[in-house]
Ligand binder design. Sequence first.
Ligand code: NAD
Length: 346
Amino acid sequence: MHYTINFPAGQTDYYLNSSYSQLLQVAPIAHSIIIIDENINRFYGHLFTEYRVLIIESGEEVKTWETIRLLAEKLVQFEAHKTSVLIGIGGGVICDITGFLASIYMRGISFAFVPTTLLAMVDASVGGKNGVNVGFSKNMLGTINQPKFILFDTAFLETLPEQEWSNGFAEIIKYACIGNPHLFEQLAHGTPASFQTKPKSLTLLIDTCVQQKNNIVLADEQEKNLRKTLNFGHTAGHAFETLYHLPHGQAVALGMVVALIASEQTLQLEKDVRQKLLLLLQQYDLPYQLKIDVAKVMQTLKHDKKRNNELVDFILLQSIGEAVIVPLAFDAITAALQAFEDESKS
Ligand SMILES: NC(=O)c1ccc[n+]([C@@H]2O[C@H](COP(=O)([O-])OP(=O)(O)OC[C@H]3O[C@@H](n4cnc5c(N)ncnc54)[C@H](O)[C@@H]3O)[C@@H](O)[C@H]2O)c1
């Protein structure tokens, strides 16, 4: 299925339920430069031999300015110019690096994605927000520019480790919580295997998430209000990710639990919503408890880019499917983290 979306920051062609082989048609060899990590090279490097390819190490640790600098030097060596297209083939880390690098190289060249993790298919490749970390602060340098195209081929997921599937489900559960109660029910009646073994269900699931994110991005591309709801679970989550070296999805899962505790404390959300979320997290092999040092988490969280003076924008729930943006004072965040820590001990 192919459709085009016109965002204020650019036009994106979506090739959903597609095949990698289509890349040759949409990405001319002469103009394209592919960026992959070592794992994608190991599994799929043989597919890209006709293209110029840049290979980086894998993992969140490489999502830094230093990697951007080294890749920019390679682009200069390759004589990449205004009509070149950078194509990131990989997970969220590759998408972020490719989108950010392309957005600043020669003041902006085109880029495109072939996402190869579930998380990148449902989230990181979509919406045009790309960035790199600065020390402990996640995505501190970033840009908003739309990719030229995104090509989805679920065949790449055949080599995806089990834990990476769970990480992807964390973002899918996020979509359900912030705006899709029907999806929440569907997930509750399923398991990772029920999607992994049924290509049609998996494709539908990916399409649902892509559509939900695109609707939000179309309404608020620059993240002035509605788009912030996509950060549900990400404020505490980013702090956990950096401090405890957790994969992004696991950190988001834990962050969603903190957000629900804060929703109970601030908006009197009924406790059974959290019970439902905990069951879902367990069902998709995601963590819901973590021993934390509240003071250290607060320290990290104060460097979050969502901070506004003494307040941090938190995404809370009024019910499953209904998210609200609430600026929380440090005391209120500390109280939610403390309750999370107390319950993780018990
Ligand atoms: N820009 C956005 O809108 C956005 C949204 C969500 C997440 N993110 C970012 O995405 C990153 C997380 O993405 P991720 O979970 O995809 O992590 P990742 O990119 O690190 O990939 C996870 C691991 O899977 C490997 N891998 C990728 N595809 C594979 C495949 N098909 N087979 C086998 N191994 C494969 C990678 O080499 C890596 O080791 C974080 O940095 C997060 O901040 C960005």
